[in-house]
Design a protein around this ligand. Structure first.
Ligand code: IPM
Ligand code: MG
Length: 382
């Protein structure tokens, strides 16, 4: 029940392409429902960004839509891209919108928590014993590195075509994201793993130096450095050993997809992208599941909405200062899974799952909403 004085938050919402609109519809339903329970409302500012924007406006994102994002309390995004816009010769690509949002809004730290719901252990191809106690947070640098370095182009040379990308990091770019990771590690189990390729790359050697220079500011945090190839192996061999991982843009992209196997499906993982700017309510940020637009299952009510719903919980916690509402959403997702509700991606390929009900995106979302706490009576404070 929303009293007239209840807070209204402004959230820019980008359904995007493929399964994006379906998972975002699910996330919106959950956030609206939890708002009713906790006495707040959301003003949704829906904008067209990505492949659909290329079709509609000829560009992946318009300046005025970026401005709507910047002027909101947070941004909620489904997924962007698809085969329709994949031509390698195309001048504009949907993913450019992601980079315009991340770079333009200075969201340099991408937080990707990975936990394993015990009820889902059979959904992972890994042995259940390996998954016990997995609770890690990947902090991925998001606005520099190979994704943003220039030049990035194809050249015609006398030796034939040459592709060039630039790997570039300033010490300030490294320091600000490593600081976020140190602070988060201090508030968790106090372990920070910095992942790099310092035996090959100059950017990685600078990264290591900066981490070492910052170490004295965080005396309670135990720091270790790992090379990315070894880290990729350990992530599967001994995942429970990790607490906070901090790494550069491309390594973080790759390792986080790998880590999603632990959680049972890529569809499970949420993310928050934050910078330094604050709003009246919290830290400004962009929230999206880590999965892509999955065009093969789009429009079929088959997508797993959990990554998006849990991204909504991160939005509540980080950008709206609503930790109780965030915890209620997370508890409702867990309860729905424990009651046996599953989307198709969570059904083990060997079929070995008894007592589970496989449902579509909408029904799963309903099962989550049913498990939110009862609405607060009008006039009562929470
Ligand atoms: C992600 C995605 C994007 C990335 C793609 C869609 C450009 O994989 O958010 O992890 O590489 O950053
Ligand atoms: Mg990725």
């Amino acid at each position: 029940m929303t009293s007239p004085a209840a807070t209204t938050y402004r959230i820019a919402v980008i359904p995007g392409d493929g399964i994006g609109p379906e998972v975002i519809a699910a996330g919106r339903r959950v956030l609206d429902a939890v708002g009713e329970r906790f006495g707040f409302a959301v003003e949704w500012r829906e904008i067209v960004v990505g492949g659909r924007a290329i079709d509609t406006y000829g560009v992946p994102i318009r300046d005025e839509d970026l401005a709507i994002c910047a002027g909101s309390d947070a941004v909620y995004l489904g997924a962007i891209g698809g085969p329709k816009w994949d031509d390698p010769n195309a001048a504009v690509r949907p993913e450019q919108a992601l980079f315009a949002l991340r770079g333009g809004l200075e969201l340099f730290a991408n937080l990707r928590p990975v936990t394993v719901e015990p009820a889902l252990a059979p959904s992972s191809p890994l042995r259940p014993a390996l998954l016990r106690g997995v609770d890690m947070l990947i902090v991925r640098e998001l606005t520099s590195g190979l994704y943003f370095g220039r030049p990035s182009e194809e050249r015609r040379t006398p030796e034939g075509r040459v592709g060039v990308d630039t790997l570039w990091y300033t010490e300030a770019e490294i320091r600000r994201v490593v600081r976020v990771a140190f602070e988060l590690a201090r508030g968790r189990r106090g372990r920070l793993t910095s992942v790099d390729k310092a035996n090959v790359l100059a950017t990685s050697r600078l990264w290591r130096k900066v981490v070492e220079e910052m170490r004295p500011d965080f005396p309670t945090v135990i720091v270790e450095h790992r090379l990315v190839d070894a880290a990729a192996m350990l992530l599967i061999q001994h995942p429970a050993a990790f607490d906070v991982i901090v790494t550069e843009n491309l390594f973080g992209d790759i390792l986080s997809d790998e880590a999603s196997v632990l959680a049972g499906s890529l569809g499970m993982l949420p993310s928050a992208s934050i910078g330094e700017r604050r709003t009246a309510h919290g830290i400004f940020g962009l929230y999206e599941p880590i999965h892509g637009s999955a065009p093969d299952i789009a429009g079929q009510d088959r997508a797993n909405p959990i990554g998006t719903i849990l991204s909504g919980a991160m939005l509540l916690r980080w950008s709206l200062g609503r930790p109780e509402a965030a915890a209620a959403v997370e508890a409702a997702v867990r309860a729905a899974l424990r009651a046996g509700w599953r989307t198709l991606d969570l059904v083990p390929s060997d079929g070995g799952a008894e007592g589970v009900s496989v449902v579509g995106t909408e029904a799963f979302t309903g099962a989550v909403i049913e498990r939110l706490p009862d609405p607060v009576p009008a006039g009562a404070a929470r």
